[in-house]
Design a protein around this ligand. Structure first.
Ligand code: HEC
Ligand code: HEC
Ligand code: HEC
Ligand code: HEC
Ligand code: HEC
Ligand code: HEC
Ligand code: HEC
Ligand code: HEC
Ligand code: HEC
Length: 460
């Protein structure tokens, strides 16, 4: 009985007038009309035992004397779900899975009743469930485990196909497993809740378990996949180059276009909130009024780059996701969860201008052709796909990168530049002290030699 008593005090004694459907978490909705009678206590307007149970009789169902054997119908009689026409992966009555059994700390038993496929009851218990690690308490939100441990139960390779837990065990990862109890269901919309005094990134900061599902066809960057829809995000209106944009908070149910991946990242990686010392303000970096940027918020500024300077599938007209670069090194599990490489990159990258041999496995060559940018053994034709490789002249990419061991980092920023074209960066050592673009090429004064000019080998 203690469990029921706790439920009584925690969830039951709540005014039905404050009912907020999960699809409208921000605006309390009136109690929807009941498909079957769900009487509230007339005097106190409360959820009672008899709201869900019929003391005398249940036709069919699981023998729990519920007013409806269909637990989802029981719950959705009061809680609105975002999309019933194309249900979330977890709520699909035909493909949704059943809770696999006690693991990652909880003792909640395996759900064996196959009629509960896709039911709320695989993650929630109407009465709550005891938190093994905190005697006398239930897990929050009537869940059967806390935070990522709930998700790991299925997303460790079985029954869900992708082993996400392996990603979070890697050296560079979102700190999902590092903190508990920082995330709350009421934190949305308040920037300080994501800032330096409460830094965190739980699964539910990036995913909504009631909305997430696979895409029938892959969206085009920066449009968000269905897997990250239904979570709050930060939209931007860009001003002058190098300045922070105007921010608009968009709640979980706000589908105002665009619904973009970068807006999710900006919830924690822009000046909308506070970030650790030294971290870029990514919203300033990707401002589309900057002279150059990787095409995250929109198309880039250098659209006539020869298509052959890109690896097959990429070209200058394309847009990129943050997670085209920041992703698991194991390409079979998508998402910026964790990676064996620093900066949570899909491929390795050394953020230093120091002289070294650039390898074909590095981050940039996921999209830019290694043979064009970092090889001298390539033909003049292949080298010439880059404008900074004038055939017959030892001055361009291949000369610097291979012969002089100058890595991309010495001359380029990985994200953008708010003052220079071509992602050119000044002030790094070794690197460029200054750079000026001209109609036919450009000139620079590097830390390595005196001022030099170059000519481009095809029109910009
Ligand atoms: C919001 C709906 C809801 C309310 C309110 C509710 N229950 Fe339940 N109850 C359920 C559901 C759903 C189950 C079945 C759980 C399952 O099988 O996953 C259940 C199961 C039970 C069970 C059998 C399993 C167990 O946990 O021991 C008992 C006994 C029970 N409820 C008693 C009560 C009492 C007494 C109250 C009032 C204090 C109450 N319930 C209020 C939904 C509710
Ligand atoms: C008669 C209406 C009603 C039914 C049926 C109902 N709920 Fe609720 N539920 C509520 C109300 C009211 C609240 C409190 C909402 C608030 O605080 O704004 C609530 C709160 C919740 C919460 C949040 C608890 C917390 O700690 O924040 C969860 C989760 C939940 N319900 C799940 C369920 C599930 C699962 C079912 C089906 C077994 C269910 N509810 C059935 C009315 C209902
Ligand atoms: C795959 C697991 C899963 C399933 C299935 C699931 N939920 Fe949830 N639910 C969650 C998690 C996780 C949270 C906490 C969200 C957070 O941390 O922000 C939650 C939170 C909630 C809340 C509280 C929201 C708030 O703002 O406090 C309600 C209400 C709720 N769920 C209702 C339901 C109903 C109704 C169903 C079935 C139709 C359902 N859930 C099915 C995982 C699930
Ligand atoms: C009861 C098992 C179960 C639990 C618990 C669970 N999931 Fe899932 N989830 C699945 C299954 C099964 C799929 C369908 C895809 C698959 O088989 O991998 C899925 C799909 C998803 C997807 C969509 C993936 C896609 O195809 O793009 C996301 C995102 C997701 N889950 C996140 C979560 C999060 C976050 C939690 C914890 C709040 C969670 N899941 C808890 C079983 C579960
Ligand atoms: C074209 C590839 C690419 C894209 C797209 C990209 N990044 Fe990066 N990012 C990198 C590389 C490479 C580094 C390594 C460090 C460096 O070069 O400064 C990095 C570093 C970072 C860092 C740590 C260093 C810092 O600057 O604070 C953060 C945080 C980051 N990226 C977030 C993001 C976010 C958020 C997005 C999307 C809004 C994004 N990145 C898009 C390649 C990319
Ligand atoms: C910082 C944000 C963030 C966090 C935290 C996060 N995810 Fe993701 N996740 C994403 C993004 C973005 C994608 C989609 C990437 C894509 O489709 O390329 C994704 C994809 C997924 C997928 C689909 C993978 C596939 O290959 O189809 C699953 C399943 C998933 N996440 C589960 C989880 C679980 C479980 C947790 C917590 C343990 C979690 N995620 C934490 C951002 C996040
Ligand atoms: C809810 C907050 C949150 C969201 C949303 C989020 N992150 Fe993070 N991210 C963090 C935290 C916390 C860290 C750990 C370092 C820190 O505090 O910034 C981190 C670290 C990173 C790093 C490693 C930085 C480094 O210095 O090595 C990258 C890269 C990154 N995130 C990319 C992304 C991308 C891409 C997205 C969007 C798909 C995203 N993040 C969404 C909170 C978040
Ligand atoms: C996910 C694919 C992808 C990756 C990885 C990538 N790039 Fe790019 N890059 C692009 C695309 C697409 C463009 C074309 C944008 C345009 O036309 O302005 C581009 C353009 C550029 C430009 C020219 C920008 C201009 O305005 O002239 C430079 C310089 C550049 N990338 C450097 C790098 C470096 C250095 C790395 C590795 C740290 C890298 N890229 C990794 C996709 C990528
Ligand atoms: C010594 C400085 C330097 C280094 C090192 C360098 N770049 Fe560049 N890069 C430039 C300059 C200058 C331009 C501008 C060419 C122009 O005027 O259009 C450029 C342009 C580009 C472009 C735009 C398309 C084009 O014309 O080729 C890409 C993409 C690019 N660089 C990628 C890279 C990658 C990848 C690396 C590392 C393998 C790298 N660069 C290393 C100086 C450098």
């Amino acid at each position: 009985m203690t469990r029921l008593n706790r439920f009584l005090s925690a969830a039951c004694i709540l005014l039905a007038s404050s009912l907020a459907g999960i699809a409208a978490a921000q605006t309390p909705a009136p109690l929807p009309a009941a498909a079957f009678p769900l009487p509230l206590d007339k005097k106190m307007n409360m959820v009672r035992c008899t709201t869900c149970h019929d003391a005398h009789f249940q036709s069919g169902g699981n023998g729990m004397l519920l007013r409806s054997g269909d637990i989802n119908a029981l719950c959705t009689d009061c809680h609105t779900l975002a999309d019933t026409a194309s249900p979330a992966a977890h709520l699909d009555p035909s493909t949704g899975v059943l809770w696999p059994g006690p693991q990652y700390g909880t003792l909640f038993p395996r759900v064996t009743d196959t009629s509960q496929r896709g039911f709320c009851s695989n993650c929630h218990q109407a009465h709550g469930w005891p938190d093994e690690a905190n005697a006398g308490q239930d897990y929050p939100s009537l869940l059967v485990n806390r935070e990522e441990n709930l998700c790991f139960a299925c997303h460790d390779g079985s029954p869900a196909a992708k082993n996400v837990i392996a990603s979070f065990a890697k050296s560079y990862r979102h700190p999902t497993t590092d903190y508990s109890n920082r995330h709350t269901t009421t934190e949305d919309g308040v920037a300080a809740n994501f800032g330096t005094s409460n830094r965190h990134a739980e699964c539910t900061d990036c995913h909504d378990a009631h909305v997430a599902r696979a895409d029938a066809t892959a969206p085009v960057a920066p449009a968000a996949w269905n897997s990250i829809r239904g979570v709050s995000r930060i939209a931007v209106t860009n001003g002058a180059a190098g300045t922070a944009p105007a921010y608009t908070y968009r709640g979980p149910t706000d589908t105002t276009a665009p619904v973009a991946e970068y807006q999710l990242c900006f919830k924690c990686h822009s000046s909308w909130t506070t970030r650790p010392a030294g971290q870029s303000d990514l919203a300033v970096r990707f401002n589309t009024n900057n002279p150059s940027f990787h095409p995250v918020e929109g198309q880039g500024k250098n659209l006539n780059i020869n298509v052959n300077s890109f690896v097959p599938g990429w070209n200058a007209l394309r847009t990129t996701y943050c997670s085209d670069c920041h992703a698991d090194n194991d390409a079979s599990v998508r998402g910026p969860h964790g990676s064996q490489y620093r900066y949570l990159l899909k491929r390795p990258y050394v953020a230093s201008g120091a002289s070294r041999t650039t390898a074909a496995t590095e981050a940039c060559f996921d999209c830019h052709t290694f043979a064009t940018y970092a090889s001298t053994v390539s033909s003049d034709t292949v080298l010439g796909y880059s404008r900074f490789n004038r055939p017959g002249f030892e001055e361009g990419h291949s000369f610097h990168v291979v012969k002089k061991g100058a890595p991309c980092y010495a001359c380029h920023d990985s994200h953008a530049s708010s003052t220079k074209p071509h992602l050119i960066v000044t002030g790094r050592v070794p690197g460029l002290n200054s750079y000026t673009e001209t109609a036919t090429g450009g000139s620079c004064s590097p830390t390595c030699h005196g001022t030099q000019t170059y000519r481009i080998n095809y029109a910009r």
